[in-house]
Write a protein that binds this ligand. Sequence first.
Ligand code: ADP
Ligand code: ZN
Length: 516
Amino acid sequence: PADSQQESQDVLGHQLQQIFGYRDFREGQREIIEQTLSGQDTLVIMPTGGGKSMCYQLPALILPGLTVVVSPLISLMKDQVDSLTQSGVAAAYLNSSLPRDETVAILRRLHQGEIKLLYVSPERLLRPDFIERLHELNVSLFAIDEAHCISQWGHDFRPEYAALGQLKQIFPYIPLMALTATADQATRDSICQRLQIQPFCLLSSFDRPNIRYTVVEKLNAANQLKQFLQLQKGSNGIIYCSSRRRVDEVADRLKLQGFSAAAYHAGMTQEERIDIQDKFLKDKIDIVVATVAFGMGINKSNVRFVVHYDIPKSVESYYQETGRAGRDGLDAEAYMLFDPADIGRVKHLIEQSEPGPQQDVEFHKMNTMAAFAEAQTCRRQVLLHYFDESADKPCGNCDVCIDPPKRYDGTEDAKKVLSCIFRLNQHFGVNQVIDVLRGSKAANVMDRGHNKLSTWGIGKEHSHEYWLSVTRQLIHRGLASQDITRGSSVKLNESARPVLRGDVTLQLAEPRIQLV
Ligand code: ADP
Ligand code: ZN
């Protein structure tokens, strides 16, 4: 048996080389392919760029009948089919973008058994006439790409995916492969439950050792971004912002500063977007400033950096988006600007949505993302832990490992900030508190007579950014809070009392004012 196994492995390896020109399988591919060929349902969890498609493409060519691939994105289908056709594989796709005569031609080829791999959208697959057709065709395998779209836990729930749960009932004997790059246990469980499978599960490592993770406190975002980009010396990168308006604003500013940058968001026409995407792929633009609409299905290997100008809405999104950097395995940067107040803002938005399980999920995701951004331990450890993977050593390639946060006795600083909040009757925002502390003579201070307060100017030895960092830490620690519904005014909490009285000391992280 050992011999025959050896032999079958050679057969697979040989086919990989013959058809796709690759010498070796990537981590996990061989196991999945073997399980599939033996008729098992499978769940493939691999990071983006890990080589998921191969897991069904090679079986598709070995199995006698047709392999149907469900894919949510029309652009993605076309790219895949084009590149398969170039390798001499009989592949095609069916979706709403296709003219009628082409659709008819593909259907004919399907019935003549001339197609090995067919890409379809979930809506198309589940149309009753198409299900009827599939019964007549000899289907060997169903592959469901981006399978997390079926789960509300995923970062990209799509209602049209939910109906795929019927597939196993309709075709109980045809093996089903679900593929995703989203790995947390909740998503995994919900994929299996919804698809009604008990699959062989392959979970490959999510570590991307060549990506350096950095999270810096957002102080003067425009300057921080500029300095970061200057260090990148014209290499390719993506900057993610949370809104279209922000995208335009950042892109315009970068162009003025002389960077080769362009905006990309759903408010632009399709032609404009395709043009930007194309120029980026061909290295004619260095930087794309975008909403999360950009990047899905973009296979560009030499993206050197991904910047998050605003906090992403979940750890999965952060991982997916940063994962677009460094697919070629060379050093890459994931750089995030983090303003703790954004968390409050996002939560406030979530509060406006309809109460229920989905709202709870969103809250949970935001809290987890906030915990990542605020972590004082190795970023990679936190990230891998999120994906249920343990890393026993700090990585040495993230901001926390490279420059660990320093601690100092912040009791005096804290007293200054807290008493200033008190003197302002807990009625003003962070900026007013800091202006008063620093003895500002600006109108917002003078007009209100805040220059007469006893706390005016008691913190003039430090910069605005320094006090911003101290104040944020006090808010995090719960000594003070910000009331979003009342113009973000800062108020004191019970736990501020012992600090103000001098009963306790307080360790704070030394503000990191130096940019980048
Ligand atoms: P994913 O869907 O997991 O993001 P892809 O299937 O697009 O990843 O594969 C990423 C890249 O890796 C593709 O360019 C693909 O051709 C390549 N690839 C896949 N399998 C192998 C292999 N065994 N050896 C070398 N390259 C591979
Ligand atoms: Zn680290």
